[in-house]
Structures are given as structure tokens and as C-alpha cells.
Design a binder for this molecule. Structure first.
Ligand code: SF4
Length: 378
């Protein structure tokens, strides 16, 4: 972990990598360097850098030297922010607007982030929670969370021209549920009952799917004595919590079929591992993400489980100065639907609060990219 003993570190004036509002496709900050190199990153914007406080020798007491106060630092998790499914969904709406022109209707928030939604709405996307609000024949995008069969049928009935932005990793879970249902198994879905992904997955078959969110809820499921049972999971759950629920299912239904933890997607697992490592290095963690973002909420919980206070913030404006008061190292990460421009805003806000150094932890590079669907529906 970087600590700074020298009083003044010269910094170079750098161009702002995120010069204005809007979505920035490559969310990584090109100036980020390895925390373990102990080299601070450039300041958050082209501003004069405030040097850490320098202790002064008190007059009349020669020989007594005070240690400089430790420099305060923002530490970034890696990876953080956009996953491949979110980047793909946003690109689909952007391309649909470019090809077909506004308005493009989007069923539900394309991803769970108000800033992303506002940006796309300003460009002509119209977000609806009810397909009845979409004019017959209009271009309609299904969000990254996926939809139930009933929504697909309703769209067909209204002759909507559908572009499906469901994340391929969510579609994979739909296919698993369909396979289990066809095989005659009772299907248990581990997830948060109200979440759009869970509603879509449960609705991807025409038989009942039993949703459980805790190990205690497993005990309330039917006995299904001797009958085949299978489970799948939401893609954005806590890895540790899910392990406990799967263990409860295996105790209750010996021989239950399931994908181990494979349904929890790579982006969720990577970000949870990264925030756990971050929590070990810092005094407090800020998670940039929306209140209704499942994976962002899990990041906050994981950080807290590792013993540091953690706060979920929609953007920099939500930071309470008291949260970082006295913190030498402030950890920052972002959920899979939060654009890097919001992290940049946090960086500026923390600099204004006297935390002007920035480092980034090591983490796995993510090179996942999903193919786009057809953008020319019949
Ligand atoms: S969090 Fe995972 S499942 Fe959800 S959109 Fe991203 S990659 Fe897909």
C-alpha cells in the first residue's frame, strides 16, 4: 500500500481524460498506474495540486521535528465499472438510434443506472415499463436483464420490431431453466424476487419457478420427495451468500442438479474479488452505482463484510464529507452498470476534500466482448 513520507511530490499537468459529460466507451483511466509501484497518479483534472501538509518546527524548540501528516489517497479497485453485457446493451441502443432514428423504445431501464438512462433519453431513447405505451410497429429494445416469455409474446402481438439486448450470460441462464423444465425437474431460482432479471428468468418457462433469496427460504420450499429438482442463480449475486444457499439446497434435495456458481457472471465475481482486496487496503469504501443495481449493492455488502464502512453512491454529489473525514485511504469502485465518468467525478470531489492522490490496485484485465444482435428487425 502506498504511503507517502515526502512532503511534496511534483505532478505534471495532464489533459482531462473525460472532458465533458456523457458516456465514455473506454472507462479505464489511461493514467492509472499500479498502486504497488508507489507512484501516485496525476490529479483529477488540470488543476494545481495541493501538496500534503508539511509539519513545521515550532519556534523556540530547536531539535523537535514533527512527522508530516500521512498523505491521503484515493485507491481504485480493478476491475470496476462497465461489464461486457452493459457495454453491449448501451451500444445496441446507440446504434439503433443511429440506424433507425429517434424515438427508439426501450423496455425497462437498459441497464440500472440513471445517468446512462438520462444520457440515452436525451438522444431519443424512450424508456417504458409497459409495452402498451409503445406504438405498434416501433423499434423496441429489450434491456440487458432479459424478459419473460409473456413480454416476447406481447411484443409480437403488437408487431413491435424488437432488438434483444439481453446479456448473453442471462440468456444462458434462461436456456438452463428451459432445459431443466423440459426434463421435468422442479426449478429453484436463487435470486432477488423483484429484480427484473429474476422476473425474466422465472418467466422464460411456462411452469412455476420457485425463487429463494436466503438459506432460510429453502426450508419453506415443498418437499418434492423423490422428484427431480434443479437450481439456477441470478447472475449478479454475492458469491459467498450464494454458496450458502446452494449448500442448503443440496442438504434439502440430495442429487439436485445445478451449475455450481457458474451462473454468477465473470464481471460480478471479478468485481467482488476486487472490492474484497480493496477493503483490506483502505479505511472506507465508496461504491459508485444505482440503488436498484444488484451487483453494486453486493459490492457494498462485500466491502462491509471485510470490515470497513462502505457506501453506495449514485454519483459524487452523494458523498458526505463525514464519511471520509479522518480516512487516509479511501477505496473507490463502481458497479457493472456505472460509467467511468462517474468515478472521475468522485475523484474530483475527493480532491476537493483534500484527497488528491490516486492509485489503482492490480486486477485481472477483462477482454470479454459479446457480439451484437441483428439491429434490423423485420
Ligand atoms: S453483470 Fe454479468 S450478466 Fe449482467 S450484464 Fe454484466 S456481464 Fe451480463
Amino acid at each position: 500500500m502506498a504511503t507517502v513520507g515526502d512532503a511534496v511530490i511534483p505532478r505534471v499537468r495532464e489533459p482531462d481524460p473525460h472532458p465533458g459529460p456523457g458516456l465514455v466507451p473506454d472507462r479505464r483511466d489511461p493514467q492509472a498506474r499500479d498502486l504497488r509501484s508507489r507512484r501516485p497518479l496525476p490529479g483529477p483534472a488540470a488543476e494545481a495540486v495541493v501538496a500534503p501538509p508539511v509539519a513545521r518546527r515550532p519556534a523556540g524548540r530547536p531539535g523537535l521535528r514533527l512527522q508530516p501528516a500521512p498523505a491521503r489517497e484515493m485507491v481504485l479497485a480493478q476491475p470496476r465499472g462497465f461489464c461486457a453485457g452493459v457495454a453491449r446493451a448501451i451500444e445496441i441502443v446507440e446504434r439503433a438510434l443511429a440506424i433507425h432514428g429517434a424515438p427508439v423504445y426501450v423496455f425497462h431501464e437498459i441497464v440500472h443506472n440513471g445517468h446512462v438512462v438520462a444520457e440515452l433519453a436525451a438522444r431519443g431513447a424512450v424508456f417504458v415499463d409497459d409495452l402498451a405505451l409503445v406504438p405498434a410497429g416501433a423499434i423496441t429494445v429489450f434491456s440487458a436483464h432479459g424478459v419473460a416469455n409473456a413480454v416476447v409474446a406481447e411484443a409480437a402481438r403488437r408487431r413491435l420490431r424488437v432488438i434483444d439486448a439481453t446479456c448473453p450470460l442471462v440468456s444462458k441462464v434462461h436456456q438452463q431453466v428451459q432445459r431443466y423444465a423440459r426434463a421435468g425437474r422442479h426449478v429453484v431460482l436463487i435470486g432477488h424476487a423483484e429484480h427484473e432479471e429474476v422476473v425474466g428468468t422465472a418467466g422464460s418457462v411456462d411452469v412455476p419457478v420457485h425463487v429463494v433469496g436466503t438459506a432460510a427460504e429453502v426450508e419453506r420450499l415443498p418437499a418434492w420427495s423423490g422428484e427431480p429438482v434443479a437450481y439456477v442463480t441470478q447472475t449478479t449475486l454475492s458469491v459467498d451468500d450464494t454458496r450458502g444457499i446452494i449448500a442448503a439446497l443440496e442438504r434439502r434435495y440430495p442429487g439436485i442438479a445445478g451449475p455450481a456458481l457458474d451462473d454468477i457472471c465473470y464481471a460480478t465475481s471479478n468485481r467482488q474479488r476486487a472490492v474484497a482486496e480493496l477493503a483490506r487496503e483502505v479505511d472506507v469504501v465508496l461504491v459508485v452505482g444505482a440503488r436498484n443495481s444488484s451487483n453494486s449493492n453486493r459490492l457494498r455488502e462485500v466491502a462491509e463484510q471485510h470490515g470497513v464502512p462502505a457506501y453506495l453512491i449514485a454519483d459524487a454529489g452523494a458523498i458526505e464529507p463525514a464519511w471520509v473525514d479522518g480516512a487516509v485511504r479511501v477505496g473507490v469502485t463502481a458497479g457493472a452498470s456505472a460509467p467511468e465518468v462517474l468515478v472521475h467525478g468522485v475523484r474530483q470531489r475527493l480532491a476537493a476534500l483534500g484527497i488528491d492522490r490516486v492509485s489503482e490496485l492490480d486486477g485481472p484485465a477483462e477482454n470479454v466482448r459479446f457480439r451484437l444482435p441483428s439491429l434490423h428487425p423485420a
